[in-house]
Write a protein that binds this ligand. Structure first.
Ligand code: ATP
Length: 331
C-alpha cells in the first residue's frame, strides 16, 4: 500500500515558540493513524498544516499526492476535516447543514441528497435530521460533523480530538463509525487524541508527540514491546533456586522477587513462559501459579514523555530522569 500522507521536516513556529519542530512521518493508505500527545504538544497545529489552514514555517507535507504548499486546493479537494471547534450552523437543521456543505463542494443536488441520506443514516441521525442543530447533544453534533466532512467522499479524513468531552458510550459509537469508514470505504484516517486507551484499541499505528517533536511511532503492539516487554509472575516451590535457573534463559530480561513471587521481565511473555516452565520442571521445581501481563499504553506514554497523560505539568522532568535512572540501574 502507498502512503497517504508524508510529512517532511514539517515545522511551525509562533514567534519564538516552535509548536511543531521538524517532524517526519508517513501515514499509509487505509490506516487509522493516531496522533497522541498532551495539551499543547502540537497536534492541532500539525492537523492545521496538513489540512492547509496554517502555512508551515519550514518543511512541507504531501497529502494524497498533493504538496500542501504548492497545491493547497488539491489537498482540500481530497480531504475531509472535523476540527476541534464545532463548525455546523446551529440555526439550521442537520439536513440543511449537510446540503450547505455539499453546496460548498459544488456537488450536484441529487447526488448530494443521496449521499446525505446515506451518511446521516450511518451516524444514526436520520430521525433527528429535520431538527435544528441547537437542540442536538454534544455527541449528536460530533456525529453530524463527521457526516458533513464525508459529503465530498474524501480519501483522507482528519479528526481533531473527535471524542473529547463525550461520554464513554458516545466515544465508542464514534470509534465504530471511524472503523467502518476504514473498513467499508477504504479511507485513511488521521486522528488526534489524548485518550490512551482509544489509541491503543483503535489505531493501526500511533505517533507520540510532545513539545512539537515525535518521540515514538509504531503499532500499539510495537510501542508496548519497545519499552521492555511483558511481565511473567510465578510462584514456585523454591524461588531462590528458580531465580538462578532463569537468569540466563533466552528471552528473559530480568528476574526479581517481589511480594513473595518471582517477577520476570520477558521480551515476549507468551513465547518465554513455556520455556520458563520447562526449565523449572526439568530441574525438579514445582510451579503453582503463573500469569502474564502486558505493558499498557499508559506505561508507553510515560516512558516516552516522562509524564502521565493526566498530570500534565508538575515535576515531569524529575519523573523522567528518575525513570531513566531506574531503567539504567536495572541494566
Ligand atoms: N495561533 C497561535 N499563536 C501562538 N501560539 C500558538 C498558536 N496556536 C498554537 N499555539 C501554541 O503552540 C503549541 C501547540 O499547540 P497545539 O494547539 O498544536 O497543541 P495540541 O497538541 O493540539 O493541544 P490541544 O490538545 O490543547 O489542542 C502550544 O504551546 C500553543 O499554545
Amino acid at each position: 500500500m502507498g502512503e497517504a500522507i508524508k510529512a517532511i521536516n514539517l515545522t511551525k513556529a509562533f514567534g519564538k515558540l516552535v509548536a511543531v519542530d521538524h517532524i517526519n512521518f508517513e501515514v499509509r493508505e487505509e490506516e487509522i493513524f493516531g496522533f497522541l500527545g498532551p495539551n499543547g504538544a502540537g497536534k492541532s497545529t500539525t492537523i492545521k498544516m496538513l489540512t492547509t489552514v496554517l502555512k508551515p514555517t519550514e518543511g512541507t507535507a504531501i497529502v494524497n499526492g498533493y504538496d500542501i504548499i504548492k497545491d493547497p486546493a488539491g489537498v482540500r479537494r481530497s480531504i475531509g476535516v472535523v476540527p476541534q471547534e464545532f463548525t455546523a450552523d446551529e440555526d439550521l437543521t442537520g439536513w440543511e447543514n449537510m446540503m450547505m456543505m455539499a453546496g460548498l463542494y459544488g456537488i450536484n443536488k441529487d447526488v448530494a441528497k443521496e449521499r446525505a441520506k446515506e451518511l446521516l443514516d450511518m451516524v444514526e441521525l436520520t430521525q433527528a435530521m429535520n431538527r435544528k442543530v441547537e437542540t442536538y447533544s454534544g455527541g449528536m453534533r460530533r456525529r453530524l460533523e463527521i457526516a458533513m466532512s464525508l459529503i465530498s467522499r474524501p480519501k483522507i479524513l482528519f479528526l481533531d480530538e473527535p471524542t473529547l468531552g463525550l461520554d464513554a458510550q458516545t466515544r465508542n459509537a464514534i470509534w465504530n463509525y471511524i472503523m467502518k469508514l476504514k473498513r467499508e470505504y477504504g479511507m485513511t484516517i488521521f486522528v488526534t487524541t489524548h485518550y490512551l486507551e482509544e489509541a491503543d484499541l483503535y489505531a493501526d499505528r500511533i505517533a507520540i508527540i510532545d513539545h512539537g517533536k515525535i518521540l515514538a511511532i509504531g503499532s500499539p503492539k510495537e510501542l508496548k514491546e519497545s519499552i521492555g516487554g511483558d511481565v511473567v509472575t510465578l510462584t514456585t516451590s523454591n524461588d531462590d533456586e528458580a531465580m538462578k535457573l532463569l537468569q540466563n534463559l533466552d528471552g528473559v530480561l530480568d528476574v526479581k522477587k517481589v511480594d513473595g513471587m518471582l517477577r520476570i521481565k520477558a521480551k515476549n511473555g507468551e513465547e518465554t513462559a513455556p520455556q520458563i516452565l520447562e526449565r523449572l520442571i526439568k530441574n525438579g521445581l514445582k510451579v503453582s501459579r503463573m500469569s502474564i501481563t502486558k505493558p499498557t499504553m499508559d506505561e508507553v506514554y510515560m516512558e516516552y514523555t516522562g509524564r502521565k497523560m493526566r498530570d500534565e505539568e508538575g515535576d515531569s522532568r524529575e519523573a523522567f530522569l528518575m525513570r531513566r535512572t531506574l531503567r539504567r540501574a536495572r541494566g
